[in-house]
Design a protein around this ligand. Structure first.
Ligand code: NAP
Length: 248
């Protein structure tokens, strides 16, 4: 079995998850990289991580589907037999809409991916980390939207990320006696494709001047914060949710 710590990253084919994968590989982790659909991008991320010295296994699957979560963890168990860190990153936004234009299917899918998926992925990590008895680190992806509410844009997304904030606190209390630290980051306006997927390809350019630092953030700036939280340098940090927003 590997001597390097093992990290599972969900949503690692592009954006913040891909940046986390590349940084984690450079920092000495072996990796299981989950993604939902973009085979070519996931394979490119895996190639980069392997070049940095990591052993990498891809685990395609939808975190909203419990059977897929089981398949993702089969990649962890079969290839590494342990897990030391989880970056609980997979997430979606919907199209810009008011609540009056959101139906049950939209709300259900939002929470199935962003909340239930994240909770069940974390559950499987905690189960294994507790059995290993060597602690671990979990970083959940929240959003500045959890504070701002995103009224008139996508308040379903904001509500799902607010759930992640309090889930982070509750889980951190539950597992702290086992040496498992649980944190979250709240990215602000970060230059990834998620904005275009939500129907707003110009959102970063439009919003960046409104940020106190007068610019958007990069996926790598979020990844650097996440990798710090996972590291021994943050050994007395748990239950915290850290804004990565340029002051927004
Ligand atoms: P992104 O560029 O859209 O990437 C999303 C990643 O998640 C992709 O790898 C995608 O896989 C994967 N994914 C989506 N749905 C999934 C599912 N059901 N199961 C498994 N994987 C799934 O997004 P991002 O901007 O990097 O965002 C990453 C996280 O940061 C999200 O939780 C997001 O809410 C949060 N965040 C982002 C920002 C921002 O400004 N970018 C701000 C605040 C918070 P495929 O592409 O292969 O389908």
């Amino acid at each position: 079995m590997t001597q390097r710590p093992v990290c599972l990253i969900t949503g690692a084919s592009v954006g913040i998850g891909a940046a986390c994968a590349e940084l984690a590989a450079a920092r000495g982790y072996d990796l299981v990289l989950n993604y939902r659909s973009d085979d070519a991008s996931a394979e490119a991320v895996a190639t980069t991580c392997c070049a940095a010295g990591a052993t990498v296994h891809l685990a395609k699957g939808d975190v909203a589907e419990p059977d897929d979560i089981a398949r993702i963890y089969a990649q962890v168990d079969d290839n590494f037999g342990r897990i030391d860190a989880l970056i609980n990153n997979a997430g979606i936004v919907g199209q810009t809409a008011r609540l009056t234009d959101m139906d049950h299917a939209r709300l259900h899918h939002m929470f199935a991916v962003n909340v239930f998926g994240a909770m069940l992925v974390a559950k499987e990590a905690v189960t294994r980390m507790e059995a290993q008895g060597t602690g671990g680190a979990i970083v959940n992806l929240s959003s500045a939207a959890a504070r701002l509410g995103s009224g008139g844009q996508y308040l379903d997304y904001a509500a799902s990320k607010a759930a992640i904030d309090i889930f982070t606190k509750g889980l951190s209390d539950e597992v702290a006696p086992h040496g498992i630290r649980v944190m979250a980051v709240r990215p602000g306006i970060i230059a990834t494709d998620i904005h275009a997927k939500g129907g707003e390809p110009d959102r970063v350019a439009r919003m960046a001047p409104l940020v106190p630092m007068k610019r958007e953030g990069s996926a790598m700036e979020v990844a650097q914060t996440i990798l710090w939280l996972m590291s021994d340098e943050a050994s007395y940090v748990t239950g915290s949710t850290l804004d990565v927003t340029g002051g927004r």
